[in-house]
Design a protein around this ligand. Structure first.
Ligand code: F6R
Length: 234
């Protein structure tokens, strides 16, 4: 894992855009994308560039169960609003939050991912170490599946809804195995709330109790953070 620390968020996001655009210019055509607060400034910056993704395909990490693509809190809507509206891809895929049969929907999405292996995967990280919606304890061998969201994750995401009661209780997520098949992974950890979990990942723990720790064994991971070393750290 390669770690880069930034004292300014502006510089961090500029670097993130460079990494993504360079990957595209080097031939990446399949991109795994993420949502959440961390990604909003990134997508805003990508929209300011003249990068053209119309020969690329995107696959989002996750989607809430029960929300249609038109629902303002769905990840399909988020992606349209923050990125695809301004930077269309040739094809953009997300799990279908309204699918009738969750098992079939997870299998459909996983088989798409296997058909179009990811050249590049963008990740945020949850305070509990989740990547996608793979909560602590998820098997490192997991494929796309339906998850029951942890209360802490629903609380963390409640800021995007009118109240925590409106946050769906379930979601589809790429599995950890689906994520780490990507050739190159960029993880962005911004804000003090991510310090403890980032330290655990950087300490090279490798445990299903911290889903993001799976990245320690991936050959091509870049982590960008605005967190500086604490004074007592080496
Ligand atoms: C979103 C996703 C999540 C977020 C994580 C951090 O598609 O996969 O794992 O990346 O919850 O969210 P923020 O950026 O809102 O702190």
């Amino acid at each position: 894992m390669k770690l880069e620390r930034f004292s300014s968020k502006e510089d961090l996001y500029t670097r993130a855009v460079d990494i993504i655009v360079n990957a595209k210019n080097d031939g990446a055509t399949t991109f795994g994308l993420a949502t959440g607060g961390t990604m909003e400034p990134l997508y805003a910056k990508i929209c300011e560039t003249d990068a053209d993704f119309t020969n690329c395909m995107s696959f989002n990490l996750d989607e809430y169960v029960g929300l249609s693509a038109k629902h303002e809190q769905s990840y399909a809507y988020y992606m349209y609003k923050h990125l695809f509206h301004h930077k269309p891809f040739k094809e953009s895929h997300l799990p279908n939050g309204l699918a009738d049969n969750p098992t079939e929907e997870a299998a459909r999405y996983e088989s798409l991912l296997q058909q179009y292996p990811l050249d590049f995967q963008l990740l945020g990280i949850g305070q509990n170490g989740h990547i996608g919606f793979n909560e602590p304890g998820t098997s490192f061998d997991s494929l796309t599946h339906l998850v029951t969201l942890e209360e802490s994750t629903r609380q963390a995401n409640a800021r995007f809804f009118d109240s925590v009661d409106e946050v769906p209780t379930e979601a589809y997520t790429m599995g950890i195995q689906s994520i780490i098949r990507a050739k190159c992974i960029l993880l962005i950890a911004v804000g003090e709330a991510k310090r403890t979990v980032l330290e655990r990942v950087l300490a090279s723990e490798y445990t299903e109790a911290v889903p993001a720790s799976v990245l320690t064994k991936h050959p091509n991971v870049i982590i960008l953070t605005d967190l500086q070393k604490e004074e007592n750290e080496q």
